[in-house]
Design a binder for this molecule. Structure first.
Ligand SMILES: Cc1cc2nc3c(=O)[nH]c(=O)nc-3n(C[C@H](O)[C@H](O)[C@H](O)COP(=O)(O)OP(=O)(O)OC[C@H]3O[C@@H](n4cnc5c(N)ncnc54)[C@H](O)[C@@H]3O)c2cc1C
Length: 471
């Protein structure tokens, strides 16, 4: 029976459960395993796939094609406009011969519905679909409260998650068997707006090396500097986890290999990094178990009535990095120029948009998806709702970051700010976080905008907005 593996957001050869199972099935059937990838540019546009992330994705598909070809596996690339065109395209391409299709599950609602439609259509043609879990260490639905519900806050989820992981251990799927002689891969193209993503290597081996190097040499010190945007102290693996170039299980195993064991208690070196991987897992589970998150609804339903302001002009200033708050502006310009933003800065700019400007969190969420090289629905939605006070979070809505004190604390000498705001290059450290007075004294106020809002005033307006909901 013809055996086909369908690649989606799991663009890797190692630890790919669906691919490994398809390889075994093909061997048993005595047929060569084939693989397919289907681009859907119109749906990509609707899902806000930005030009940098698209470039990384398409470069990765080509690299994967080469890696599979080296193992004798052919990757067929198709293009259809939308998800809803996929079922017909697959039926047509797979043809009449007996076929088994293998794939890994995806969690966002549109993807789930797409797969249900494909499964029904293929089932009607007598084509069996086999589904596997790959996105998380523990599949969504497996980490629940005693009452069988999803955890609504992170800490108890992480405890329950750790308990199961320690009890079950972490295993990765075997490599698919090499078959026949290596094939030749010819680059495939898909018409979609792109911006260069060359700063990010796409060979699976290079990404695995990046993971091992981080686990061996940096994971232990991660807790010390991970909040400082001027220091390269985090793994920068998120674009690869988002596209599935590496798996979260591989991350855990790299950590175990580097440290001798999983760092499970808070004080142990490496725990802080593990904790971030559990945050990732938490948001993946939430997305899978709360389909309304994929529809843009707040996690806390009562927050749907919040009176966000809809001010396009202020939103444009935030997007362009012209708010008059240097840490916010440097972060946004970094995002616009490179597609990357450090986690601490994501929290600061998201808090600024929602709590200083009272603009809708979903505007920021969408802009991030369009710009970020690692844009990913679960983490992005989770991060934005956490920042806006509408999300799965134990902290109360009145937690409001002060952008200036955040800047003093996490970029004390303004190294990061100066990298992206060259107009402030000569402002001394003492004034870099609020440079307007210093510039004014030198007659240079036109170099940099005045703050678009006064934080203390904005904070009161936000508190009033949330209180109005409670009344
Ligand atoms: C408003 C906002 C939006 C965000 N949008 C995204 C997004 O679109 N895609 C994305 O991958 N992450 C997002 N994050 C989470 C986080 O900022 C990034 O994962 C992290 O900055 C990536 O850098 P790194 O790979 O060096 O992470 P590291 O610090 O090395 O962490 C390792 C991995 O853990 C995961 N991780 C780390 N922090 C978080 C977190 N807070 N939530 C979920 N997973 C986490 C990521 O997969 C990351 O690669 C967002 C956070 C906020 C506050």
């Amino acid at each position: 029976m013809r055996t086909v593996f369908w690649f989606r957001n799991d663009l890797r050869v190692h630890d790919n459960p669906g691919l490994a199972a398809a390889s075994v099935a093909a061997q048993q059937a005595g047929v060569p395993l084939e693989a397919v990838y289907v681009a859907t540019p119109q749906t990509w546009q609707r899902h806000d796939l930005g030009p940098r992330r698209a470039d990384l994705l398409l470069r990765r598909v080509n690299a994967l094609g080469g890696e599979l070809a080296a193992r004798g596996i052919v990757l067929h690339c198709l293009t259809v406009p939308r998800f809803c065109d996929l079922a017909s395209a697959l039926v047509q391409w797979l043809g009449q011969a007996p076929v088994a299709l293998y794939a890994n599950r995806e969690l966002p609602l549109d993807e789930v519905r797409r797969d249900e439609a494909v499964c029904a259509r293929l089932g009607a043609q007598g084509i069996a679909c086999h589904w596997y879990d790959e996105r998380c260490v523990l599949p969504p639905g497996q980490v629940l409260t005693g009452a069988g519900d999803m955890f609504k806050v992170f800490t108890p989820f992480s405890r329950a998650w750790l308990k199961q992981v320690l009890a079950n251990g972490v295993r990765v799927a075997p490599l698919p068997a090499a078959q026949g002689t290596p094939l030749v891969w010819s680059d495939w193209a898909c018409d979609y707006p792109r911006l260069p993503s060359d700063a990010w290597p796409v060979a699976e081996q290079a990404v695995r090396q990046q993971l091992w190097d981080f686990a061996r040499y940096q994971a232990v010190a991660y807790a010390e500097n991970r909040d400082l945007p001027a220091v390269a102290a985090t793994s920068r693996l998120s674009p690869y986890l988002a596209l599935g170039v590496i798996s979260v299980r591989q991350c855990l195993l790299a950590l175990i290999e580097a440290l001798g064991q999983l760092p499970v208690d808070k004080a142990s070196p490496g725990f802080a990094w593990l904790n971030e991987l559990i945050w990732r897992e938490f948001y993946q589970h939430l997305l899978a178990l709360e389909p309304r998150l994929s529809r843009g609804e707040p996690f806390k339903p009562e927050m749907a009535a919040l009176g966000w302001r809809h001010d396009d002009t202020q939103f444009a200033l935030w997007c362009q990095g012209r708010t008059g708050y240097p840490i916010v502006d440097a972060a946004m310009r970094c995002l616009n120029q490179t597609g990357w933003m450090h986690n601490r800065l994501r929290m600061i700019v998201a808090s600024f948009l929602t709590k200083d400007l009272q603009l809708p969190w979903w505007w920021g969420e969408r802009y991030f998806m369009q710009q970020l090289i690692d844009g990913e629905l679960a983490a992005n939605n989770g991060g934005w709702q956490w920042s806006a006070g509408t999300g799965a979070d134990a902290a109360p809505w009145f937690r409001i970051f002060n952008p200036t004190t955040q800047s003093q604390k996490f970029d004390p000498h303004g190294h990061f700010i100066r990298r992206y705001l060259p107009e402030l290059a000569d402002v001394p450290d003492s004034d870099i976080h609020a440079p307007q007075r210093w510039l004014q004294q030198r007659g240079r106020q036109s170099d940099y905008p005045a703050p678009m809002v006064e934080h203390a005033v904005a904070r009161e307006l936000t508190l009033a907005m949330f209180r109005a909901l409670a009344d």
